[in-house]
Design a protein around this ligand. Sequence first.
Ligand code: GDP
Ligand code: MN
Length: 366
Amino acid sequence: EVKRPSRPLDEPFNRGCREPDVLAPRENAVIVMLARNRERQGAVQSIKSLEKQFNRWFHYPIIFLNDDPWEEAFINDLTKIASGNVTFEQIPKGMWGFPEWMDHDLARQGMKRQEDEGVLYGGLESYHHMCRFNSGLFFDVPALKPYKWYWRVEPDVEFICAIPYDPFVAMAKHKKKYGFTVALLELRQTVPTLFRKVTDYKAKHKIPSTNLWNTMINPSWLPQPFRPLMSRLGNRDASGDAWNLCHFWSNFEIADMDWFRTQEYRDFFEYLDLDGGFYFERWGDAPIHSLAAAMFLKAEELHHFEDIGYVHHPFQSCPKNKLGAQMAFSKTFGAGYWDKEVSSGIGCRCACNPRPTLPDLVCIDR
Ligand code: GDP
Ligand code: MN
């Protein structure tokens, strides 16, 4: 059992409900969904939910990315429900697949071994390509180039609270670079050598430890009896310190693409890519983004979206919101909306179903 940090990571941008300020200036931002044609229904569910809780007021554009050409049915269905501009893009060939130098047969043998060992998605070649793309390449997709901020959304997710403010504007105002809702412990078998390789890189390039690095690698809030356990779960650096496998769950991200576009981040990704661990292991983009954040960002540049209720099977994050079931009648928006704050909780009008809620699964502190 992991205890929630006694101090919150940072303050929520918003508490409770408010009238969305639909006239406020927008940021240079885009909603991005990577998906497959066969995920059409799940994509519809996610975008419907995001529109209902947020985008119907703010109308940010949505870009759909796919390694295959989009089918008409997907384009039609998603165009119908989005309230802003929608674009359907095919990912350039060079961004989806093995790195140029890699021996494909060797890589496939490696993935077969992972499958036999029961590594989640270890035997699925396309999943490895997806993780590599999301780790180091997505921000260079030509259609995303004009944008600074992005909100990553996956098929089959649900937003369960209203988001009556603009998180992009809030991120910019508070000088944030990376925002998350859920932080979990990574499956150890997917990253057996990742931390060692990251810390070798960090040492070789004399990258100093930030306040964030120290809290992620050695979380002071973990009760003493758990620290050795966490250390055994994690993998070690040259001096024996361990990563507790904490990482931000990247299926939700609101972040600054210009951070990913820095030379520092690109060099780091290139080093990892040359190692081969996106195929010979099953490094996910979540631990890559997280360890990069730990290394390159300050804790103050990170934001925990505690107010955004979010479901991605099998976990949900539901803000405490005791009065959230109350609804007000809004003169502007009608029944079910609000003219005044009706909630003393963090979220606004959260509808949390009884599935296990794991708001406690935030494994970092500062
Ligand atoms: P999980 O959340 O880790 O269980 O994996 P998902 O199946 O949800 O995949 C993560 C994201 O990558 C989702 O947005 C998927 O739609 C997307 N994705 C995974 N594999 C592929 C693929 O082969 N092609 C495309 N276009 N998208 C993919
Ligand atoms: Mn998913």
